[in-house]
Write a protein that binds this ligand. Sequence first.
Ligand code: NAD
Length: 247
Amino acid sequence: MLKGKTAVVTGGTRGIGFAVVKKFLENGASVALWGSRQKTVDQALEKLRAEDPAWKVIGMAPDLGSLQEVENAMGRVKEQFGRVDILVNNAGISARESLYDYKEEDFEKIMDLNLNAVFRCAKAAAVLMKEQGGGVILNTSSMVSIYGQAAGVGYPASKFGVNGLTKSLARELGRDHIRVNAVAPGVIRTDMVAALPEELIEPLIRTIPLGRVGEPEDIANAFLFLASDLASYVTGEILSVDGAAMT
Ligand code: NAD
């Protein structure tokens, strides 16, 4: 479904991002896997190469807090693969503190990665996509961007922001043939969720009509659809992939 396309996936070392990288490779794309540390990037590359040495995958660890570094890294992807067709903004962190314990610097940290870095990566990619005649930008939202969350206010606030960026960029970049969409995962079995206490997870599962937490591959399949030409007239959408969960 992605033969001949080149993709950048942020936070590609584990969890949802790793599943997206794998799914895109299986579907014929060349992929630049970005992570926060070169060591974890190299470990992820090793796993992928062990699975299929023919997969075209490179890794890098730019600081997503710096527009200059992001632009340089995006330029290196273009040098290596010739173009950048798809960007998946997946890197993200979460926190559950109550407002009374929430430190200002923690709020800023979460906004900087979950929202500001999406702006930086989208900006760096859009310049290249416009030059080459189009592309696809996909963001990672969350079900809490619809309902909010009763603790850790920075996380849902950042994801509401991601929805706003997604819808606005879709309107702004449509004329450059750049589609912009987001996937809003529900509760997905990754390290982010494993870090939550059992007493939070159990009641969450009980609210999910499909009766299970999601797997990273459930989310990767949605990204694959949105990245592919099957979604050629889909832009500005926030696609919920959450088993109809309600929090
Ligand atoms: P995870 O913790 O397993 O992986 C997060 C990824 O982000 C890792 O690859 C990590 O290296 C990267 N990352 C963390 N800090 C970084 C930094 N400072 N710079 C660059 N990269 C950094 O998380 P996950 O569950 O796979 O989540 C991936 C995305 O999905 C996030 O945006 C998250 O908000 C979203 N999401 C997850 C769930 C869920 O239930 N797991 C639900 C809704 C949304």
